[in-house]
Write a protein that binds this ligand. Sequence first.
Ligand code: FES
Length: 145
Amino acid sequence: MADRDLTILYICTTCKVTGESNSEGHVPSGQRLFERVRDIHAPDSDVPVQPMVCLANCDQACSAAVSAPGKWSFILGFLTPDRAADLLEYGRAYANSEKGIVLRKERPESLRHSIVARIPSPELFKNEAAQVELVAGQQKEEAAE
Ligand code: FES
């Protein structure tokens, strides 16, 4: 298993959902999502949470991402501040997974359709055997969805 301590949950603090105010002083939904996650997060035992300015997924806001060495990275979209606890739960499941795969049925209900992109770790392609294993794992994952 990859080092759990190196998993990071990124949250875009500048995300605004469709129709959200642009007025001065307005707190963007992404910032409110980050603050809620931070408020319920236990820093001594959980996945580190890192605020970010734009994850280049603005049209599918609010956005977050998870990443760890040797694992798939995932971008999540269509989040709202009330999904903070579910996002944190997903981050923990990701941290505890071997390669970052948390099947849809294993995610909190509100996040079952929130993954908008994924990126493999270069480490998953380190040799031909690893590539064969990666393709087989993808096929198994797709069959389980
Ligand atoms: S402003 Fe949040 S992804 Fe761009």
